[in-house]
Write a protein that binds this ligand. Structure first.
Ligand code: 4NP
Length: 168
């Protein structure tokens, strides 16, 4: 998957799951941290949202927050938001699973935008598959999400570094 061309600067990425308290905020925190370490924090902005509204305004699920803390990431700034059509002003919208993808595109303009992709389209392992929803499972589900999110975010940072350095 090639990154869609920037529409402006910073390059704006939205990461979307169902509740916006587990997967997408974990991915947004990790991707933001890795962009910062790569010196790209001024050039790329990362936000997250959920297609559902149940948790709007809430912090991360405590299990997601504990998993991030154990990996030395800061989960404390997150508050859940709901995805709506206004989010189509982002350069790239990344769905955590296929249901999220369908819910996102149903809210968008008709026809392919070229800006909605699966988060794991960038995963060097099992590309294009779902990030499994850990909400109803045990703690190991969150460790698995962190592993997927770190590996995929590293690949996204590499692609962004190349794309933004060759631009204009
Ligand atoms: P997330 O996980 O989509 O990764 O944030 C979920 C969080 C909440 C619910 C489902 C999934 N829920 O049904 O409330």
């Amino acid at each position: 998957m090639d990154l869609p061309a920037p529409t402006g600067s910073p390059y704006r990425i939205a990461i979307v799951c169902l509740g916006n308290i587990c997967r997408s905020p974990m991915a947004a925190v990790v991707l933001t941290e890795l962009l910062d370490r790569a010196g790209l924090s001024d050039e790329v902005e990362v936000a997250s949202a959920g297609t559902g509204d149940w948790h709007v305004g809430s912090p991360m699920d405590p299990r997601a927050a504990a998993t991030l803390l154990a990996g030395d990431y800061d989960p404390t700034g997150h508050r859940a938001r709901q995805f709506d059509a206004g989010w189509f002003d982002h350069d790239l919208i990344l769905a955590m699973d296929a249901d999220n993808y369908r819910n996102i595109t149903a809210l968008g303009p008709p026809g392919p935008s070229g800006r909605v992709a699966m988060f794991r389209d960038f995963d060097p392992i099992d590309a294009g598959t779902d990030v499994p929803d850990p909400y109803y499972g045990g703690e190991d589900g969150f460790d698995n999400v962190l592993e997927i999110v770190e590996r995929t975010s590293r690949a996204i940072v590499t692609d962004l570094g190349k794309a933004l350095s060759t631009e204009g």
